[in-house]
Design a protein around this ligand. Structure first.
Ligand code: AMP
Ligand code: ZN
Length: 461
């Protein structure tokens, strides 16, 4: 089945057209100057869902994610200070140490969330030579100019500048900001290479003086290095649509003379307390802080799955609690089917798989795909066939359903209370009450196994 994705460029759902059935996929990765909160993690969950959708539908994949460890200013429009330098001063560590530390935590959170590792993960500082060559090509092709502060992209040379966000060069909202360089020809022009001030820590030699790359150029250079001049799918957060991705398109065209990316997709933000979850806006949660509160990564993943990536998702503890409850129910249902003896007709299984695949193929509609898993689990007699179908669905959902085991089921408090009552009865040699309580537990769907020293184990029947 072919995958259709909403393309910000054509403003419609487009079918991907990979060469040799292999999808070249690029996703803008983290800036590793601080902890990634669960808003950022939604971005990596979406990155993963798109990757899993591609694979589920039978394509091969070449997936690249950059790590921004240089050049990302505190404002996306080249202003303020480099985030890595700010963190380095704050924590009295080198930018390299900062990058390694925060990336290791981000990677651990991705692993916990069952985000599959892209084929290539590339820090910007590891491709400085490729970046310099890319900037040189832009200059050679007449799309750049040099000022006392660095190298700029000349947006007036690229007639499609603004096509992604639907704004032309003059409409771009840059006019009002304070200019950092009076030699810049147009406020929308953006920096490709920055000449380093004396106290700037990250610096490399270049034909334009000692300095460091601008933020946008890394994604063009890394994309070209690993995927060449054809990228099927390129994604990132919605805020990248108006600046960062617009600039990537311009850079790619200046270098190659043609468009490189077919489909641009964007995820909307995780919202909290009426705004985008963001470090600068106050309260945020990380995966670790949620784990400390007793939530598991898979419960968070199920919460993410309940909203379409193109819609903002509101984070509340009520919603997370409901995902927690759902994950428990899911596990219980799965175990029932795992041990089920019934057989399900092939045509019925095929119809469920067909529906599930259609939802995945239609712009990666995770909430609708989830509805199929519930349908399969709830509306069929206990059957190993359903169990196997659900594990197949989990190649897309990524909920680690193959790891669900008997002992991982949490026993309802009501059952535990009855079991404890029974233990007291047995301690008092009141076997009549003990038997009555055992029957009550059985009628609620659980079995109790007696162990030495009056201990016991509860199992789901
Ligand atoms: P950063 O580390 O700030 O470059 O962000 C990494 C990724 O997380 C980017 O793709 C951002 O678009 C994304 N992001 C940041 N805040 C949120 C949020 N509240 N919800 C979803 N994605 C976000
Ligand atoms: Zn990028």
């Amino acid at each position: 089945m072919e995958l259709k994705v909403y393309n910000a460029l054509t403003k419609q759902k487009d079918v991907i057209k990979p060469i040799n059935n292999t999808v070249n996929y690029y996703f803008c990765g983290p800036t590793v100057y601080w902890f990634q909160h669960i808003g950022n993690m939604r971005a990596f969950f979406v990155m993963d869902s798109m990757r899993r959708a591609v694979k589920y539908l039978g394509y091969n994949i070449n997936h690249v994610m950059n790590i921004t460890d240089v050049g990302h200013m505190t404002s996306d429009q080249d202003e303020g200070e480099d985030k890595m330098e700010v963190a380095s001063k704050r924590e009295h560590k080198s930018p390299k140490e900062i990058a390694e530390y925060y990336w290791s935590i981000c990677k651990k959170d991705m692993d916990d969330l069952n985000v599959e590792s892209p084929e290539y993960i590339c820090p910007a500082t590891s491709v400085i030579d490729e970046i310099i060559a890319f900037v040189q090509k832009i200059l050679d092709n007449g799309y750049g100019y040099i000022t006392k502060n660095g190298v700029y992209y000349d947006t007036s040379k690229f007639k499609n500048y603004g096509a992604l966000s639907g704004m032309n060069q003059n409409e771009k909202l840059f006019g009002a900001r304070i200019e950092v360089d009076d030699e810049k020809r147009h406020p929308a022009d953006f920096v490709l290479w920055v000449k380093a001030k004396d106290n700037h820590i990250q610096r490399w030699d270049s034909p334009w003086g000692v300095g460091y790359p601008g933020w946008h150029i890394e994604c063009s250079a890394i994309g070209k290095k690993y995927l060449g001049e054809h990228i099927d799918l390129h994604g990132g957060g919605i805020e990248h649509r108006t600046v960062h991705h617009e600039n990537e398109i311009a850079q790619n065209f200046a270098c190659t003379g043609h468009d490189v990316v077919d489909i641009w997709f964007h995820l909307e933000h995780l919202m909290f307390d009426g705004g985008k979850m963001s470090k600068s806006k106050g309260a945020i949660y990380t995966l670790s802080s949620l784990k400390e509160k007793g939530y598991s990564p898979m419960e968070l993943r199920l919460f993410y799955l309940s909203a379409h990536y193109s819609k903002p998702q509101n984070f509340t503890f009520e919603a997370l609690n409901s995902a927690k409850e759902s994950y428990k129910n899911l596990k219980n249902l799965i175990l029932k089917h795992k041990n089920g003896a019934n057989r399900i007709e092939k045509s019925k299984l095929n119809a469920l798989k067909q529906k599930f695949s259609e939802y995945v193929a239609d712009d990666v509609n995770a909430p609708l795909a989830l509805s199929v898993i519930w349908d399969a689990l709830k509306n069929n007699p206990d059957s190993r066939d359903i169990y196997e179908l659900v594990l197949d669905f989990d190649r897309f959902l990524g909920l680690r359903l193959d790891e669900v085991k008997e002992e991982s089921i949490s026993i309802p408090e009501e059952i535990i209370a009855i079991a404890e009552e029974r233990k007291t009865a047995r301690n008092n040699r009141d076997y009549a009450t003990s038997d009555l309580l055992r029957d009550r537990i059985a009628s609620l769907g659980y079995a109790i196994l007696d162990k030495p020293k009056n201990e016991y184990e509860i199992q789901k029947k």
